[in-house]
Write a protein that binds this ligand. Sequence first.
Ligand code: SF4
Ligand code: SF4
Length: 350
Amino acid sequence: MRLTLFNNTKITKGSKRSLICDTYKQVYFVMPNSVIYFLDSLNNNSIESLIRKFPENEKVINDYINFFISNKLGFLTHEKLKNQFVKPNDDFESTSTITNSIIEVSKLTKPYLKRILFQLFELGCCHIELRFLLKFSNADIQILKKILILFPQISFQIIGLANINIHIKVWDTLLKGNKNFASLLLFNFNTDLLNRNNCPDKFFFSESTSFSRKNCGLIESGYFTINENHFNESLSFNSCLNKKISIDEFGDVKNCPSMSHSFGNIFKLNLLEIVQKKEFLKYWYIKKDNIEVCNICEFRNICTDCRAYLQTPSNIFSKPLKCGYDPTTAVWNDWHTSKISLLAISFYQF
Ligand code: SF4
Ligand code: SF4
């Protein structure tokens, strides 16, 4: 018999451990690296011949087989059928020029918002994060209502500062009434206002009184993304900045609002002109395999690759600053207190 893995079972070998991802159920299993040697051996051997070759490891072999079968990561097939299954295509495919965007909505950019969104729509963008930098007003709610109706193909994530005068029910109606309203994150949120039993889906809040672009880029296991698209994209491209375009509070067009380099201003240039600049695409091709430390990490294909905050700011291939994981020891530490990050913390003024 042969063990055949389902196409949605993805393996990543790290320096100390390996990761088995089920990109369909969006779960992962951390395993010892011996699982890789086990799977490699099974490429050239049936289960029976492997046990014959390594009788002392029969229990381990059977345990691994049971693990893959019971977690629906693979199935047993007859020896004769071993070449009948199509190998998965791990290529990342997207017909859109731009797939995602961050827009900082400020006094300056707000009047241009509709124009920017039309340009993004023409580029094929399907996910937009709108960061409202000022406290939400009733006028903002009206703007959001119009936007959500005008662009049903685009999913919107909204972030901003709560306004005590805008009742949670207003947000609830907006969230429930618009399938393309992906999520809402409110800062400076007074939890007394919330009847937790009626907390709308896709609604998140923080009691922190302010928010800034410096909140972004945090790497924690809770933020891992375990879907096929993200996994395949990170094999060949940057998992945050590929096909991303951002507009900061001054209208400057960047890869990410937290980066300093501007490729032009939205008040003067069209986004299409900017995405045609070779330099703009530079970060899209920096994948995790190119990043120091990350290239030996088992989480590298489900993790975000922040290029705005780096452990060594002068080195674009340096590990993300806000990650405390050490793949050589498999231990998560606090990135704030890591000696190696001290210079960068002071450089970025955290
Ligand atoms: S590069 Fe970093 S700061 Fe910028 S959007 Fe990505 S994660 Fe956030
Ligand atoms: S070391 Fe790199 S790949 Fe691993 S969790 Fe941290 S940022 Fe992600």
